[in-house]
Design a protein around this ligand. Structure first.
Ligand SMILES: Nc1ncnc2c1ncn2[C@@H]1O[C@H](COP(=O)(O)OP(=O)(O)OP(=O)(O)O)[C@@H](O)[C@H]1O
Length: 597
């Protein structure tokens, strides 16, 4: 059989030979993976084809968010695409890799059991493990007054309704590192606010100064939500005395906290030689933190800084490589390094959205479909082959409300309208993708207003910032709207963690239209109402974590557009990433070498 090669297919490496060519032509690895493998094997004079294949598959794994290649699981994971290919036998493969010059100095690859790493990720994982073990190995933090702590717990978390949160807060007061986990609305922020008040009281009783607290999250949007939620909890639940002890604080993105450097996206002003001055660091939405960011944060912490990592381990992992929160839950807790602080009871939804989220998380497809089909006011299932008309009646009023407020120059109303609803897609391109739906909503606006949107920038264009811009003070995940000023010019008003900022459109580079957004990008934000477009059944992105993340973005109402098969498929597939952190933390002793200066 002859295979026709498309010379213009950018995923094909035309110069590839042997096993790399076969895997490339089967679509398992792309040209970039082949180039990484060819370059490394040529540089270090490695002639074994199976080692070159392992390099290329490691590059593929990292592209997909894994930290390493799981040599024993990769064949199953590749599935049908690789069924006809000549895979090396596992034993021979391992033997060839162990003997490879790529594992000798300067060691571009590292092998841990059957996990193969590129040097950078191996080092980061190793550093995270060592820093966490070191923190966990320190004597527990001193409690200045045990009786006051217990009284404080009762005061801040009264009655049986707060049992779970009281337990989690007490656990956190007794350890340097806490992983506080829970699904949406389980009271994580309430717990954090009470915990901070307890720690401030203990500092006062010990005669120390007021603790220096850093509230942080991976994106500007998530940092903004954290600050707002903590302030609300403090106002509603803390006494004036507790509030005074805590003083003023602001939430910032992790990049801002660590001190972004214009010359590097992976190195920061605060590091092991210039540590953060804070006594308590609270990280929200930790599921979105990549391994690299966790490594940078841990190295920048003083040993006596309390670290409270808050998040929902059932959500999608970070866009960049790693699955740190899930690894920490299983590694740190199961490894016996720290005690769990887990919240299970949802206090927000009470009803259908919470039930739907739990059924998705726990892989109960029949319950999920029952709730979707009979979810009352809050949950809707649109099983329509062509949902355009239904979506038009839902999406267009919000788009028009944003436009109307923007035309009047009213940024507050436009931004509030923008936050009311999110259309979430799995993909960027294709019929279920963000680009298609952005264009569709723009077309509906044109049809409705008879005012063609000729330019990229138009009044009422909602936007999403897609990269950090330290000079402008806007960050990945910030959202904004394009308003008309009285002089007729356009300004883009962006809600950033530094407050409301506005810019001429020409100053903004990394921006996307926000009539629709990807579920990955929606992590860390919520809207009153969310519409989730489930992708076609063939989509590889359709997983339980994706579905769970999408529906838990909704605070009041969720609408799922898709088929029963897509729902069932989503639940049956997992977005698993190969990492070694949890194994490292659950097994073995502290490695003899150390990154700490
Ligand atoms: N024990 C409780 N009893 C009743 N209501 C509670 C309790 N704990 C928290 N709440 C309320 O439930 C809502 C959700 O709590 P909170 O914001 O702390 O949850 P969360 O886990 O941080 O939510 P998110 O999903 O936004 O991260 C808030 O309105 C809060 O005041």
């Amino acid at each position: 059989m002859t295979t026709t090669i498309d010379e213009f297919d950018s995923t094909l490496a035309l110069g590839a030979t042997g096993i790399l060519r076969d895997f490339n032509q089967a679509g398992v690895i792309i040209a970039a993976d082949v180039h990484v493998a060819s370059r490394l094997t040529t540089l270090l004079a490695e002639g074994n084809q199976s080692v070159a294949l392992a390099c290329a598959l490691t590059a593929r794994a990292v592209r997909a968010g894994s930290i390493c290649l799981d040599l024993t699981g990769v064949r199953d994971e590749v599935g049908e695409d690789g069924a006809e290919l000549a895979w090396p036998s596992p034993d021979e493969w391992l033997t060839a890799i162990k003997a490879s010059p790529l594992l000798a100095a300067p060691q571009p690859l590292h092998l841990e059991d059957t996990r193969l790493y590129f040097d950078r990720y191996w080092r980061e994982e190793d550093q995270v493990e060592q820093d966490l073990r070191r923190r966990a190995g320190r004597p527990s933090p001193a409690i200045a007054n045990e009786a006051a702590l217990l009284a404080g717990l009762d005061r801040l978390f009264p009655g049986t309704a707060y049992n779970e949160q009281r337990g989690a807060a007490e656990t956190a007061t007794r350890q340097w590192t806490t992983v506080l986990t829970g699904g949406p609305g389980t009271g994580k922020t309430t717990t954090v606010a009470g915990l901070l008040a307890l720690l401030a009281e203990q500092a006062e009783l010990a005669g120390d100064r007021r603790p220096w607290i850093a509230l942080t999250a991976p994106t500007g949007k998530a940092a903004g939500r954290l600050e707002e939620a903590v302030r609300r909890e403090m106002k509603e639940r803390l006494s004036a005395e507790d509030r005074d002890r805590l003083g003023e604080f602001h939430a910032r993105t992790l990049h801002m906290l660590l001190g972004g450097r214009p010359d590097s996206s992976t190195r920061f002003r605060h590091d092991r030689d210039n540590r953060l001055p804070h006594d308590i660091v609270v990280v929200d939405e930790t599921s979105m933190v990549s391994l690299t960011m966790m490594a940078r944060l841990l190295e920048a912490l003083r040993p006596e800084t309390r670290l409270i990592l808050v998040g929902d381990p059932d959500q999608l992992a970070s866009i960049e490589a790693g699955a740190v929160l899930a690894d920490l839950v299983e590694g740190l807790v199961a490894g016996g390094h720290i005690e769990a602080a887990e919240l299970r009871t949802s206090h927000r939804f009470g009803g259908e959205i919470g039930k739907l989220a739990l059924a998705v998380r726990d892989d109960q497809p029949d319950v999920v479909l029952d709730v979707l089909r009979d979810g009352g006011d809050r949950v809707h299932f649109i099983e329509d082959d062509d949902p355009r008309e239904t979506l038009r009646s839902t999406l267009l009023p919000d788009a028009l409300a944003i436009r109307e407020a923007s035309q009047a120059g009213d940024a507050d109303t436009a931004l509030a309208a923008l936050d009311r609803h999110r259309l979430l897609c799995a993909h960027r391109e294709g019929p279920w993708g963000v680009s298609h739906w952005n264009r569709t909503v723009e077309r509906w606006i044109t049809e409705e207003t008879e005012d063609p949107l000729w330019d990229t920038w138009y009044v009422g264009r909602p936007v999403l910032v897609t990269a950090n811009d330290y000079a402008l003070g806007i960050y990945n995940g910030d959202v904004g709207v394009t308003i008309r000023r009285p002089d007729g010019s356009l300004r883009v008003c962006i809600d950033s963690s530094r407050g409301r900022l506005d810019f001429a459109p020409s100053r903004l580079g990394n921006i996307e239209t926000l009539h629709a957004m990807t579920i990955h990008k929606a992590q860390g934000s919520q809207a009153d109402e969310v519409t989730v477009l489930l992708p076609g059944e063939e989509s590889r992105l359709l997983t339980r974590e994706l579905f769970y993340t999408a529906i838990t973005r909704a605070q009041e109402r969720v609408r799922v557009v898709g088929t029963e098969t897509a729902v069932r498929l989503a639940l049956s597939r997992r977005a698993l990433r190969a990492t070694g952190l949890r194994q490292r933390l659950t097994t073995g002793n502290l490695p003899s070498h150390s990154c700490q200066k």
